[in-house]
Design a protein around this ligand. Structure first.
Ligand SMILES: Cc1cc2nc3c(=O)[nH]c(=O)nc-3n(C[C@H](O)[C@H](O)[C@H](O)COP(=O)(O)O)c2cc1C
Length: 346
């Protein structure tokens, strides 16, 4: 089988497993449950006058929400990206596209990526490539091609050493990735976002990224989808010697606090993601220091369950929860929510 067909098959398996199997962390949580909102009995606000909008990549979002990078590169991905893009366009949300490595290997599924911009002409759209690809021959020119393919507003580089280690056909080769990211930041025509895929970016790692010039970090912490789990399920090995790594990773809440603390050194946009499910989770992530949040698997599952109608219903409830959190913390805007107090549960 050719490389591009192998990549396509893997992308399809990922979506299937994330839809049908329980690939959440088993013992670890996001850590957001350690916090409560500090209830404000004197909010001096009207519920119908809250402003949930924020700016991201030079565009206005109606909610501080990014649909995290998921898919592209096989037949079924076109319908998924089209639906996600339509919902983002209708509601004014940002959208991440799944790894575009396949588009560099062949033109066969270019439409599965291109469709996103066609259906969402006005939203921030984010291209995606693996950090390990940057040290295996994918250079700036090729990444500019990916940017052009979807009219991307930014490129997300995913760091996924744990996933590559456990992926049966993975390439756990990360030597040189930081230098390659620095070069990309200096030369690319659009901003670079660095993200994990659900095991988290610590403050220490983010510090090195900031030194390399990165100004947008998506923590993608532990507590939601376990990509070690997904790859362990794809592996045929019984009693896998690395099975314990299913729960490897840093809780999302800890990542947000650590990475946001680096704002004293450089202007930094922090995306809080990994296990964000409700609007309450989002509000806590923002109060801990995130500018906006990202959600992947729960939105894919809503879409697969009941199409765009179900996804819209999910987002209606999510928005109501976010607004409720803003009201009970006396936060009229997302900026104010960033300064809301949380109480750590004892
Ligand atoms: C089906 C699926 C495919 C994904 N593919 C990619 C990918 O290609 N590139 C990437 O950076 N992240 C990918 N992710 C990871 C997500 O962007 C996200 O970081 C991770 O799932 C944690 O968020 P969650 O707990 O909300 O699912 C994928 C997630 C899902 C559910």
């Amino acid at each position: 089988m050719s490389d591009d067909r192998r990549t396509s098959r893997r992308k399809e398996e990922h979506v299937q497993l994330c839809t049908d199997a329980d690939v959440r962390f088993r013992r670890k949580t996001t850590g957001l449950e350690r916090y409560d909102f500090d209830y404000v009995a004197l909010p001096e606000l009207n519920f119908d006058q809250l402003d949930t909008s924020c700016e991201f990549l030079g565009k206005r979002l109606t909610l501080p929400l990014l649909i995290s990078s998921m898919t592209g590169g096989y037949d079924g991905a076109t319908a998924i990206n089209a639906a996600l893009a339509r919902v983002c366009q209708r509601r004014g949300l940002a959208l991440g596209i799944g790894s575009m490595r396949q588009a560099l290997e062949s033109n066969a599924h270019a439409e599965s990526f291109r469709i996103a911009r066609r259906e969402a002409p006005d939203v921030p759209l984010i291209a995606n490539i693996g950090g390990t690809q940057l040290v295996q021959g994918v250079g700036i020119e090729q990444i500019e091609r990916l940017v052009a393919l979807i009219g991307a507003d930014a490129v997300a580089v995913h760091l996924n050493p744990l996933q590559e280690l456990l992926q049966p056909e993975g390439t756990p080769r990360f030597r040189g990735v930081l230098d390659a990211i620095a070069e990309l930041v200096s030369n690319l025509s659009v901003p670079v976002i660095v993200k994990e895929v659900g095991a988290g970016i610590s403050g220490r790692v983010a510090e090195r990224l900031v030194e390399a010039g990165v100004r947008i970090v998506d923590v993608a912490g532990a507590g939601g989808t376990s990509w070690a789990g997904v790859e362990l399920l794809r592996s045929d090995i019984a009693d896998h010697p690395l099975a314990e790594l299913w729960d490897c990773g840093i809780p999302t809440a800890d990542c947000i606090v650590e990475v946001a603390s680096l704002r004293t050194r450089a202007p930094l946009i922090v995306i809080g993601s990994g296990g964000i499910v409700t609007g309450f989770d989002a509000a806590k992530a923002i109060a801990l220091g995130a500018d906006l949040v990202g959600i992947a698997r729960p939105l894919l599952q809503a879409l697969q369950r009941g199409g765009e109608t179900e996804l819209e219903r999910y987002l209606d409830a999510w928005e109501l929860q976010l607004r409720a959190a803003m009201f009970v913390t006396g936060s009229p805007t997302i900026g104010a929510l960033r300064n809301a107090h949380l109480r750590q549960r004892s």
